[in-house]
Design a protein around this ligand. Structure first.
Ligand SMILES: Nc1nc2c(ncn2[C@@H]2O[C@H](COP(=O)(O)OP(=O)(O)OP(=O)(O)O)[C@@H](O)[C@H]2O)c(=O)[nH]1
Ligand SMILES: [Mg+2]
Length: 194
């Protein structure tokens, strides 16, 4: 897959604000700080298209990015799991994500990003349940693989596969690009509908 162009397209909270693209879409879900925005930037060869922040909980809206002038779209979903949000905000987050998963016809696949160094949290398992309940086949991206010794990466991928009972699990690093080619190849297959 060759990325020739990419741009921020729009933000949305409610279905009425979703763009009417009719093109395949891939969404990134995961805890705040897991590396969703960094993943999108690396995937698109951009430095700071999706905003990366040291402060958690910055991406409070659903952000759409157009790739190759509308060939397909990447979507940065708001992160979950940071301690400082109110019950009200949590409910609003859950509703926003669930509505998006349930109603977004363009959505082809949800990438669930997990930190390769940590066991999935309760929130991660809930997100996985949302994905499965909406009948998407999740793709797991294990982020921050640069934090592990190279020899530890493949065994960790196997552990996650077994733990989650899922086949599509990829290690990735936005710092050194580990796993990027493999993930792009797989995304291309999804795009071709294989
Ligand atoms: N070492 C390392 N750091 C990473 C990697 N990916 C992201 N980070 C760092 O982790 C922090 C959070 O990254 P973001 O991409 O903003 O995380 P996010 O999931 O978009 O977070 P929210 O928008 O709050 O939901 C930043 O300081 C990044 O530089 C990675 O692969 N390796
Ligand atoms: Mg982000």
């Amino acid at each position: 897959m060759v990325i020739k162009a990419s741009e921020f397209y729009c933000s949305a909270k409610f279905p009425k604000d979703y763009p009417n693209t009719g093109k395949p879409e891939f969404a990134m879900a995961g805890r705040s700080n897991v590396g969703k925005s960094s993943f999108i930037n690396k995937f698109l060869n951009r430095k700071n298209l999706a905003r990366v922040s040291k402060t958690q909980g910055k991406t409070a809206l659903i952000n759409f990015f157009s790739v190759n002038n509308g060939e397909f779209y990447l979507v940065d979903l708001p992160g979950y799991g940071y301690a400082t949000v109110s019950k009200q905000e949590q409910l609003s987050w859950g509703k926003m994500i669930n509505t998006y998963l349930a109603q977004r016809k363009e959505l082809k696949t949800v990438f669930l990003l997990l930190d390769i160094r940590h066991k999935p949290t309760k929130d991660d398992m809930m997100m996985l349940d949302y994905i499965l309940a909406n009948e998407f086949e999740p793709v797991i991206i294990l982020t921050k693989a640069d934090k592990l010794a190279k020899t530890k990466i493949a065994p960790e991928v196997e552990k996650f596969k077994e733990m989650l009972g899922l086949e599509q699990v990829f290690a990735f690093s936005s710092t050194n690009g580990y796993g990027k080619d493999e993930i792009m190849e797989y995304t291309e297959k999804l795009l071709m509908g294989e």
